[in-house]
Ligand binder design. Structure first.
Ligand SMILES: Nc1ncnc2c1ncn2[C@@H]1O[C@H](COP(=O)(O)OP(=O)(O)OP(=O)(O)O)[C@@H](O)[C@H]1O
Ligand SMILES: [Mg+2]
Length: 330
């Protein structure tokens, strides 16, 4: 038999549903969306989530980045968007926006405009529609007034983008009473956990005194997120170890990464109760924090070398790669 090549189209309903299960947690999903805002040059990011009076949860992330025109929106919504021009960008695979969003919602809308003169457009994937039609039918329309308002609140009549999750079916379990305390408490716990995550992952962007990256304001449900410094620089004047290590990459390029290790004061050694509480010394926060392009990409943990345990509670180490490619440390 001669060999032939036949084109086999993936099943839209099965693929779009299957890609919901790529293992995202809520905090990491929102961080993927914020990465896109940072890559778009945003200075302001506004994250909101909550439930309406009948218990429907919605999530939005608005920014004042470069925004997109119609073609840009279509590319952004494509599973496998074009490779980004900037190798140092936080985005690599052309999938994050879609997979992070649909891990939690069945309808993803992207509202954007490339400048203050253009009308904002909305592109949306609705998984129910994809399932029923079994076609990659992307919905394109003018943005609704409330979406434009969300955009304007961050973008101030200039360029910007809003990511909107609707039909959020996988964030919290079902609550019988949408006005009840259990749902409110669950949302509050989620908000607190997300605030901590953003404060840690984007510490260098959120701290205006940190010269390693530009400054970014991230608001969560109206309140700005403050940076959290795992290494307690306010108390530890110098790292115990500070090394820059050159490495040869498999593609022949050379790069460096730097390792800095910090020993945090014991509880009784802190100069103030405020600093001691802010340090949040605990087993879970010890270990190696790995950064790429000033964003925490892994950790803290001991990269498989040790277990997190009370004796190491005051150790934290930062590992920062200066290459734009991902590095593995094991
Ligand atoms: N907030 C935004 N502002 C401007 N453009 C955006 C924004 N969000 C997404 N985009 C565009 O959509 C494209 C697809 O985003 P997506 O997150 O799916 O992939 P990526 O960031 O390129 O890679 P990764 O899969 O690693 O996240 C981006 O490359 C960018 O062009
Ligand atoms: Mg991305």
């Amino acid at each position: 038999m001669t060999t032939e090549t036949i084109e086999v189209q993936p099943d839209v309903a099965r693929i779009s549903e299957g890609l919901r299960d790529t293992g995202y947690e809520f905090n990491t999903a929102i961080a993927d969306i914020i990465d896109n805002s940072i890559a778009a040059g945003a200075s302001n990011v506004d994250v909101r989530f909550g439930a309406d009076f009948i218990g429907n949860i919605s999530v939005s992330v608005a920014d004042d980045g470069c925004g997109m025109d119609r073609d840009g929106l279509i590319n952004a919504m494509k599973y496998g968007s074009k490779r980004r021009a900037d190798a140092a960008s936080l985005g690599k695979f052309g999938l994050g926006l879609k997979t992070a969003s649909t891990a939690f919602c069945k309808r993803l809308a992207l509202v954007s405009r490339p400048d203050g003169q253009s009308a904002a457009l909305r592109a949306a994937w609705d998984l129910d529609f994809l399932g029923q039609s079994n076609s990659w039918g992307l919905e394109l329309a003018s943005a609704a007034p409330h979406e434009v308002q969300l955009l304007n609140e961050s973008a101030q009549e200039k360029s910007g983008t809003v990511v909107i999750w609707e039909k959020v079916d996988r964030l919290l379990s079902d609550y019988t009473r949408p006005d009840g305390k259990p749902l409110k408490n669950a949302l509050k716990r989620q908000e607190d956990s997300l605030r901590e995550h953003i404060a840690t992952v984007y510490q260098r962007f959120l701290d205006p005194t940190d010269a390693r990256s530009r400054t970014l304001t991230i608001k969560l449900n109206g309140a700005p997120v403050s940076a959290w410094d795992p290494f307690c620089i306010a108390e530890v004047s110098a790292p115990a170890v500070d090394k820059t290590i050159p490495v040869q990459l498999p593609n022949g390029q050379s790069a460096t990464f730097s390792i800095r290790a910090f020993i945090l004061p014991r509880k009784e050694e802190f100069s103030s109760t405020e600093n001691r509480n802010a340090a949040k010394i605990s087993n879970e926060r010890q270990g190696v924090y790995v950064y790429r392009e000033n964003r925490l990409i892994h950790g803290p943990d001991w990269l498989g070398m040790y277990k997190q345990e009370p004796h190491f509670r005051c150790f934290a180490s930062s590992c920062h790669s200066t290459t734009s490619s991902m590095m593995r440390f094991r």
